[in-house]
Design a binder for this molecule. Structure first.
Ligand code: SAM
Length: 253
C-alpha cells in the first residue's frame, strides 16, 4: 500500500525507516548502482577526496550502512599516504546494514589491523562515542532519514575534536528549472518503478524520493550546520551533478 510521507507521525518515523532499510539491506548495494547509474560511486569518491584525510585520522562514519564510505576512506589513506594507522568507526541504526558491513571487511587487512570497527547506534544520540574524540565525522545519504536533523549535527559537533571536520553527502535540490523537471520525472516515475522491478518494493523507493524532496535546501542545511557552531568555508556546500547531491562541510574551531 502507498503511504503518504506527510501523514506519518514523527514517532513512527524511526520504525518506518527501520523497515525501509531492513527491506532493502541485502539488495541495497545493487539498487544504489541501478538507481544512480553508478554515479553514487563518483560522488562518494569525490566526498573522500574533499575530506582528504591525513595519516592517523580517526573517522566516525555515521549511518555508515554497508561500509561504502569506510572502505573508500581506508583505501584513500593506504593508496595516497601509504597510511595504515587511520581508523574508522562505523555507526548505523540498522543491525542488518551493520552486519553487511562487517561481512564486507571480514578477513581484510583493514580488519586484521583493527582499522575498522562497527556499532549499532543512533545518529541522534551517540552516547557511546566520547566528546572531542574524532578528527572527522562523515554521514552519507543518512541524515535525510533522521527525525531530528539538528540533534544529529549537534552530536557531530560534540564528538569532534577542536579542528575536526563534519562532512555530509546527501541528495539535494536541483536549481535549474529545466533540469529539475527532468529530475522530477525520473524520481517520481522511474525510481519507484525500478524499486518494484529490482526489489519488489515500490513503497520503500517512493518514500526515499519523497524524503529527498522534504530535506532542506542547500543554503538552509548550511545554516543549520552553522547554527550548531560549525565554521563553514564560503557557502558551506558544493553541488554534485547540478545539485542532485551536495557535500556540506564545517569545521569545529
Ligand atoms: N552511508 C552508506 C552509504 O552511503 O552507502 C549508507 C547509506 S543508507 C542510504 C542510509 C543508512 O542510514 C541506512 O543504513 C540506515 O540504517 C541508516 N540510518 C537511518 N537513520 C539512522 C539513524 N537515526 N542513526 C543511524 N543510522 C541511521
Amino acid at each position: 500500500t502507498h503511504f503518504g510521507y506527510r501523514e506519518v507521525p514523527e514517532t513512527d518515523k524511526e520504525r518506518l525507516v527501520g523497515r525501509v532499510f531492513s527491506n532493502v539491506a541485502s539488495k541495497y548495494d545493487i539498487m544504489n548502482d541501478v538507481m544512480s547509474a553508478g554515479i553514487h560511486r563518483v560522488w562518494k569518491d569525490q566526498f573522500i577526496r574533499r575530506l582528504a584525510p591525513t595519516p592517523g585520522t580517526r573517522l566516525l562514519d555515521v549511518a555508515g550502512g554497508t561500509g561504502d564510505i569506510a572502505l573508500r576512506f581506508l583505501n584513500y589513506c593506504q593508496n595516497v599516504h601509504q597510511d595504515t594507522t587511520s581508523q574508522v568507526h562505523l555507526v548505523d541504526i540498522n543491525p542488518d546494514m551493520v552486519n553487511e558491513g562487517r561481512r564486507r571487511f571480514k578477513n581484510s587487512a583493514y580488519e586484521l589491523r583493527s582499522q575498522v570497527s562497527f556499532e549499532v547506534g543512533n545518529a541522534e544520540d551517540l552516547s557511546t562515542v566520547a566528546s572531542n574524540s574524532m578528527d572527522a565525522y562523515t554521514i552519507a545519504f543518512g541524515i535525510r532519514n533522521c527525525t531530528h536533523v539538528d540533534r544529529v549535527v549537534q552530536e557531530a559537533y560534540r564528538v569532534l575534536k577542536p579542528g575536526g571536520r563534519f562532512m555530509c553527502l546527501e541528495f539535494s535540490h536541483v536549481e535549474n528549472p529545466l533540469l529539475a523537471q527532468v529530475y522530477d520525472t525520473y524520481s517520481f516515475e522511474v525510481i519507484p518503478a525500478m524499486g518494484q522491478i529490482v526489489a519488489a518494493d515500490r513503497d520503500s523507493y517512493q518514500y526515499l524520493v519523497e524524503s529527498i524532496r522534504r530535506f532542506p535546501k542547500q543554503e538552509d542545511f548550511a545554516a543549520m550546520i552553522r547554527a550548531a557552531g560549525f565554521y563553514t568555508v564560503g557557502k558551506g556546500f558544493e553541488n554534485l551533478t547540478f545539485g542532485v547531491a551536495a557535500i556540506h562541510s564545517g569545521f569545529k574551531l
